[in-house]
Design a protein around this ligand. Sequence first.
Ligand code: UD1
Length: 367
Amino acid sequence: MSKIISVVGARPNFMKVAPIARALTNHIYEHLIVHTGQHYDYNLSDSFFVDLELPKPDYFLGVGSGSHSEQTAKIMVEFEKILIKEQPNLVIVVGDVNSTIACGLTSVKMGIKLAHIEAGLRSFDKSMPEEVNRIATDSIADYFFVTEESGLINLKKMGADENNTFFVGNTMIDSLIFALPKIVQSKILERLNLTKKNFVLTTLHRPSNVDNYEKLSMFLDIFNYISQFAKIVLPIHPRTRKNLIEFGLIEKFEQISNLIITEPLSYLDFIRLMQDSKFVMTDSGGIQEESTFLDVPCLTLRNSTERPITIELGTNLLINPEYTNIVKSISSVLENPTKRISIPPLWDGHSAERIVNIIQEKILKFT
Ligand code: UD1
């Protein structure tokens, strides 16, 4: 029986792998899940297994935090042991986190075929660690599963084998569609005393936004500004909290009257908030896609996006994160909320099934 290993490590990975695990349940292939432990807090990791009905990992590498090199190296050392023991026929990595490149590199060095899900995305900004992970993973992968057309173009330019490049849609949207019926049960609005479309949902965790005092002070001013007319919910990432404490800004944030700071939220609570918010303000990658699907305006506080389809067809606006730009775009989104033109092609809840069919028909056909 052929064996497939899928890798998860950090928060955005779980929703991309869950639908694949579902499509591979009781399949002709043995499917194992390896969790590197890059994220280990309950709300950044375990709660997603529950909400997404993702099977418990077969292996937990417990690697934890560290510098990029330290984290990547530790994952490689631990993952190699699993590969030696399990001898899989295919390794699947998703997205662009350190676990993606670490496990991808370990696999190809051992001659094991590598599939990259969400291949081909590019922000063209190498100062983002994720961009380096994307370029490096795509340059060594054997099979490329692509979420949007820009991915096909970028892979072609890179010289990726077109016969092994497959436009399949977005497995993260598979998870969103799977979770929608459960989202109505979330009590998060009541818990935070919010009413529909009367609050702004925001997330901030990119090093470029939260690793320096000036940027965080600027966001303090932005939150003060928004709090004059709406409540703001900020589920805070550990990196952001740590920096607010370090820079002596945490009290100032906590004193903003309409700002509700929460711990990172479960998937279902977060999606419920996104769906019911006036607009979303974020520096995340995945939220740009989820808000596009849900038709909720999204202000992306970055200079580039690797997901241009969310701007072309969706509700996403890219904002260079400076005070005046942000205030201007908030006014414009309030006066004239961006509307989705259409749901991006193949974001229909069936991407994982397409991936598994391709694996069966083209990749692991003869093994
Ligand atoms: C990682 C990904 C990023 C993704 C983000 C989602 C990389 C390079 N970055 O960034 O693409 O958008 O996850 O959250 O892979 N920490 C905890 N508990 C945890 C995990 C981390 O407290 O469970 C703290 C640690 O202090 C750690 C810091 O958060 O040093 C950052 O974690 P790390 O995994 O290095 O990167 P993220 O910023 O989460």
